[in-house]
Design a protein around this ligand. Structure first.
Ligand SMILES: [Zn+2]
Length: 243
């Protein structure tokens, strides 16, 4: 399943790292193509990166790449024993077994509204095989429904109709605030450049630039991570969330 473009990238990286000649790529291409038939792009990409960064006594071969791919899959949560295809249902196929959930509920003692957003696994066979450890969405739902401390008010979940949740569903507080600010600005007659872009996109003549990956900033890491949130909005205080 690795697509041709990804296979090209992988072979180029491999060739550059292990000093392969120009002809080498054309020679091994069909073998690699067949060997990587059931491998996903992300897994192949990570495996090639791992291989290129390791020290090798002898130049690695396709066999090493396949082994590395299995390691990567195992690392990412699969069993890694075989490169198998999972059969997902229509509701989770785009997210490969994952159902995104946003549950809105009321804490009875304080009468505060809270939102619990998380990912669960779907109840189809593919999801069960891929994520045997992950919680089932229906278990979470019934747990919340039977919890005497709260009242479950809204249940939003990704499905075949939409594989992602909207901002309104995930962060109703921030969405409401955004709409309020937008309306205020509209009333004041201030122009919103993003709405103009949106109009062009709807008209169909907007072509986004290719992302320039080389210019992307490196990932920032922190020596002393903090759990403090950037907002003091009580609604979003995750430490208050009973789940
Ligand atoms: Zn499913």
């Amino acid at each position: 399943m690795a697509n041709k473009h990804m296979l090209d990238i992988a072979l180029d990286m491999f060739a550059a790292t292990f000093n392969k000649k120009e002809e080498w790529k054309a020679q091994v291409y069909p073998v690699w193509d067949a060997g990587m038939e059931r491998v996903k792009d992300v897994h192949l990409h990570k495996a090639i990166l791992n291989i290129c960064m390791k020290k090798h006594k002898y130049p690695p071969t396709l066999g090493h790449v396949v082994e590395e791919v299995q390691d990567v899959i195992r690392e990412l949560g699969g069993t890694g024993m075989e490169l198998k295809e999972y059969r997902f249902c229509e509701h989770c196929v785009l997210r490969e077994g994952i159902r995104e959930v946003s549950a809105h509920f009321l804490i009875l003692a304080s009468k505060e509204r809270r939102v619990h957003t998380c990912v669960c696994r779907c109840d189809c066979d593919g999801a069960e095989q891929k994520y045997p450890q992950m919680g089932l969405w229906s278990d979470l739902q019934s747990k919340m429904q039977h919890d005497a401390r709260i009242t479950l008010m809204e249940w939003h979940m990704s499905d075949s109709w939409s594989s992602v949740l909207t901002m309104e569903q995930r962060e109703p507080h921030n969405y409401a605030r955004m709409r309020r600010v937008q309306k205020e600005r509209e009333r004041e007659g201030r122009r919103n450049p993003y709405m103009e872009i949106a109009k062009t996109m709807i008209a169909g003549n907007y072509v986004p630039d290719e992302p320039d990956l080389a210019r992307r900033k490196p990932t920032q890491t922190f020596d002393n991570p903090t759990t403090e949130h950037y907002t003091n909005n009580e609604w979003t205080d995750r430490d208050n969330c009973p789940f």
